[in-house]
Design a protein. Structure first.
Length: 228
């Protein structure tokens, strides 16, 4: 994730949406006061900075999301103020409501049928790869980004949700609105190329699998108007 005090924006990093490529670009435009969280493995061009420290913890400990109190307390003890995939709710608590309100906040999301296939191929490279796409859908936590940019009631917290499918146009339009000098800047292809099967997702999903994704990702589909 990135916080630019210079240009007054907060970028919430979601999964399988070119987040690392965006971080590399934004990091190069930030200055020494700004926040850039580290990437593992490290990515050339991104310099992590100002992501450690402590903050008033009481507001977070009053939340009702299962397991969040322990995670928040652990972060506080270890001084991990910001993580690479910090949620909008965490960031708001840790920067304060005034900064959250006065900065432009944004993230990216993606067609869930396409995103799920991308996540599946990434999992195939992991320590415990799923045996098949059917196994993956049955046994693996799916790549849900909506909880990263919504609150406890499921309300969107960020000002803008950019679409992965139109990322270059929407991102550089936003940066221009923010006064960020990005002439000549471009997104690098970072942490990609997991997916070798390049068939369109409609050639892969069964009717049952299609409907499963439609149910699980209903909030993103409603928000961004995605269609199968």
């Amino acid at each position: 994730m990135i916080i630019s005090h210079k240009y007054r924006f907060i970028f919430i990093k979601t999964r399988k949406t070119a987040g690392t490529s965006i971080e590399v670009l934004l990091s190069s435009l930030c200055d020494d006061r700004d926040v850039c969280t580290p990437i593992y493995p490290p990515e050339l061009g991104l310099v992590a900075r100002n992501y450690k420290g402590r903050w008033p913890l009481s507001a977070e400990l009053s939340r009702q999301r299962t397991g969040y109190n322990l995670k928040s307390a652990t972060d506080w003890i270890k001084g991990r103020r910001f993580r690479n995939h910090s949620s909008a709710l965490d960031v708001k608590h840790r920067v304060g409501a005034d900064m959250w309100r006065s900065y432009t906040t944004f993230c990216v999301d993606r067609n869930p049928w396409d995103k799920t296939l991308s996540h599946f191929h990434m999992c195939l490279r992991g320590a415990n790869p799923p045996g098949s796409f059917t196994d993956y859908l049955a046994n693996t936590a799916l790549c849900l980004n909506y909880p990263l940019y919504s609150d406890e009631q499921g309300q969107v917290m960020v000002d803008r949700v950019l679409r992965y499918e139109n990322l270059n146009a929407e991102l550089f339009e936003l940066l221009s609105e923010l006064g960020v000098p990005c002439a000549g800047a471009r997104l690098v292809n970072a942490k990609g190329n997991y997916r070798k099967d390049r068939r369109h997702y409609r050639e892969i999903y069964s009717q049952k699998q299609r409907q499963h994704i439609e149910r699980v990702f209903a909030p993103e589909i409603a928000l961004l108007g995605y269609q199968y």
